[in-house]
Ligand binder design. Structure first.
Ligand SMILES: Cc1cc2nc3c(=O)[nH]c(=O)nc-3n(C[C@H](O)[C@H](O)[C@H](O)COP(=O)(O)OP(=O)(O)OC[C@H]3O[C@@H](n4cnc5c(N)ncnc54)[C@H](O)[C@@H]3O)c2cc1C
Length: 339
């Protein structure tokens, strides 16, 4: 049970790193284009970075709280170190653009991409190509997930097709709703939010899948690539599972495919178990930064908890400050206790 709560978060962390690489490449290429006066990619960089900010910082804030719960009562202790990580990351959901508000930026952009697709499909930007398929309504609504047996879920093309279909459906539904007479944009906030997260999750999925290909091309060992592939699979399949309603709503995924999806996730989690500690150690966070009795390099959690409690200021005296002056007189006002 703990593994099924924790391991998808490890996969999320690596997917976020992969999306960070994608974002940096896009940003650097945009900068060099801007130097030549070409502003073509500005809108896409803005839309994708807005969406990713919202999705990734939401993952981070909910993830910190989930980690606290995974550690039970010890997680709630100040000495777990979670409280300072939580207080550092939670406001990221608000600053640099409130996470709910930001989703309107990427949703508006995708609506514009649908318009571009109807007039100049070749101008649709790389991460929005899926909107083109939605224009042929009959073919798009008849589209179904290609999984026949459970292992098909491990095929990156199958995974990406699922993310593209879901985001495509949401953007075409938003476009239709936006065209209604008397439409009030603020009434579509929730639809924008769903679409933006669907699109960002597609970008994350594509980035993590591309990241595995990149690792292979860089000549990393077969064993390392295999671990990265498992992480990528776990991220994509767990993300699909977490929003399964979106995939079932138009029958893209069948109930039988849902069952095989869960089995694959379970099997991936079992395979990742041996590498989980190394995958986190790879971040090389120093103990000083973690400031945690539970998360230090030697794993000697109970001794450290004990040492922290011994050193705590409040434990340096038998009673708290003010006890003798204020509390003791009240407790003893009727003389010594008779028990
Ligand atoms: C720790 C921290 C550090 C910060 N640092 C800085 C800084 O260095 N510099 C700086 O300039 N600012 C800073 N800020 C401010 C931050 O950028 C704003 O708090 C943030 O942009 C949200 O704006 P707001 O507080 O006015 O909330 P509001 O915009 O009033 O939002 C309140 C609520 O209403 C919702 N909402 C608002 N408008 C809409 C809409 N049109 N449609 C739907 N829902 C809507 C939001 O989703 C939110 O839930 C910081 C904030 C925090 C928490």
């Amino acid at each position: 049970m703990v593994q099924s709560r924790l391991f998808p978060m490890i996969a999320q962390v690596y997917a976020i790193l992969a999306a960070g690489n994608t974002m940096r490449d896009m940003y650097e290429s945009m900068l060099s284009e801007l130097m030549k006066g070409d502003m073509t990619s500005l809108a896409e960089v803005h839309a994708i970075s807005s969406g990713l900010k919202s999705t990734c910082s939401t993952f981070a804030a909910t993830g910190v709280e989930d980690c606290r719960k995974i550690m039970g009562g010890h997680g709630y202790s100040y000495y777990s170190g979670i409280s300072h990580i939580w207080s550092t990351y939670v406001p990221s959901n608000t600053y640099e653009g409130d996470n709910f508000l930001l989703t309107q930026q990427s949703a508006r952009y995708l609506l514009k991409q649908i318009k571009v697709a109807t007039t100049d499909p070749e101008l649709v930007t790389p991460f929005s190509k899926y909107v083109i398929k939605t224009l042929d309504r009959d073919t798009f609504t008849a589209e179904r997930c290609a999984v026949k047996s459970g292992v098909d879920w491990l095929n990156p093309e199958v995974q990406l097709a699922a993310f593209e279909h879901r985001a495509g459906r949401l953007v075409s539904e938003l476009a239709m709703a936006a065209m209604q007479e008397d439409m009030v944009w603020s009434d579509l906030n929730l639809e924008c939010w769903r679409l933006s997260h669907a699109h960002s999750q597609y970008v994350l999925a594509k980035s993590t899948i591309d990241g595995v290909g990149r690792a292979r091309a860089q000549g990393l060992s077969a064993a390392t690539v295999a671990v990265l592939k498992r992480l990528s699979d776990l991220f994509t399949l767990h993300t699909i599972q977490a929003s399964l309603g979106d995939f079932l709503e138009d029958y893209f995924v069948s109930p039988v495919q849902c069952q095989s999806l869960r089995q694959q996730i379970k099997s991936l989690q079992e395979q990742i178990a041996d590498d989980a500690v190394t995958l986190m150690d790879a971040f090389d966070f120093p103990d000083q930064y973690l400031d945690s009795a539970l998360g230090s390099y030697d794993g000697n959690a109970y001794q450290r908890l004990w040492d922290c409690a011994q050193k705590a200021d409040i434990n340096q005296r038998q009673v708290v400050d003010g006890y003798e002056e204020y509390i003791r007189p009240i407790l003893h006002q009727h003389g010594p206790a008779k028990l």
